[in-house]
Design a protein around this ligand. Structure first.
Ligand SMILES: Nc1ncnc2c1ncn2[C@@H]1O[C@H](COP(=O)(O)OP(=O)(O)O)[C@@H](O)[C@H]1O
Ligand SMILES: [Mg+2]
Length: 254
């Protein structure tokens, strides 16, 4: 089955919403009341400078960090402070910024690990769908993950998380450490594709301009607060956005 057919037949597509979420590491909250929604079939980019709270937001959404106030909804179902394993069974996939692959395993083994909860038949079916989405991976199947380039590695990390066919994907700075060309390739080709096949994609990025170019929806996060929301194109051409980024960290907008 091709990914287009798979997307069409997808039975329960769901969005991820967080409402007024407050969370932090100690007494002082880092996230100060965040409300955002990642819709099915769309890319929501949350952009903000280093230290804004982007990774913290993903950790709170994933139940890795206690949410003190507010709630998180997957479709209609409340998933606030549920364990990661439960979220993963409910259809939430997470690609962390680092430590996202097993270096000492081959690509094929990394993909199998991603789908370890599946039956053998289902695993083979998903492997075919994922390779159809990322044909370049087919040639790399026997390679050890540790020998891949940065771009290949990220492609594999995304493919691995796609194995159990999640409805929602959370991506933490997938372009960190990649060149300008690879950044564009990963965002436009790979992240964009995820939305095309019907996933709700929450992309957090420090590279605001590159992320906003592929975003359907966008939110600007500064110091644990969403200061601006709109469509990707709207935020991209917003005068304040350039000022915000140039004011806080020269160069991050690229
Ligand atoms: N494990 C931690 N313990 C305490 N403070 C942390 C921890 N991780 C991050 N922080 C703090 O939380 C804030 C937001 O960090 P983070 O979410 O990593 O930002 P971003 O991902 O946007 O760069 C920063 O002030 C950071 O120092
Ligand atoms: Mg981060």
């Amino acid at each position: 089955m091709s990914w287009a057919e798979q997307a069409e037949q997808h039975p329960h597509l769901r969005s991820l919403r967080c409402e007024d979420v407050v969370a932090g590491y100690g007494e002082v909250p880092i996230l100060k009341g965040i409300t955002i929604t990642a819709h099915t079939g769309r890319v929501l980019a949350v952009v903000g400078p280093n230290g804004a709270g982007k990774s913290t937001l993903l950790r709170a959404l994933l139940g890795l960090l206690h949410v003190r106030r507010g709630r998180i909804l997957l479709g209609e179902r409340e998933i606030t402070n549920r364990p990661l394993e439960e979220l993963s069974r409910a259809g939430v996939g997470y690609v962390p910024q680092v430590d996202d692959v097993f270096d000492s395993l081959r690509v094929v083994e990394n993909l199998s690990m991603g789908g370890f909860v599946l039956s053998r038949a289902k695993q083979q079916e998903r492997m075919a769908v994922v390779l159809d989405m990322f044909p370049a991976l087919s040639k790399l199947m026997r390679r050890y993950a540790g020998s891949l380039s940065g771009g290949e590695r990220k492609m594999m990390a995304i493919a691995r998380v796609l194995m159990p066919d999640p409805d929602v994907l959370l991506l933490d700075e997938p372009t960190a450490g990649l060149s300008v060309e690879l950044t564009q390739m990963v965002l436009e080709t790979q992240v964009g594709l995820l939305a095309t096949v019907g996933k709700a994609v929450l992309l957090v990025e420090q590279k605001a301009e590159a992320a906003l170019k592929v975003a359907d929806d966008a939110a600007v996060l500064i110091d644990g607060q969403v200061v601006l929301t709109g469509s990707g194109p709207e935020i991209l051409k917003n005068q304040h956005v350039a000022e915000i980024f140039l004011g806080s960290n020269i160069g991050v907008i690229r």
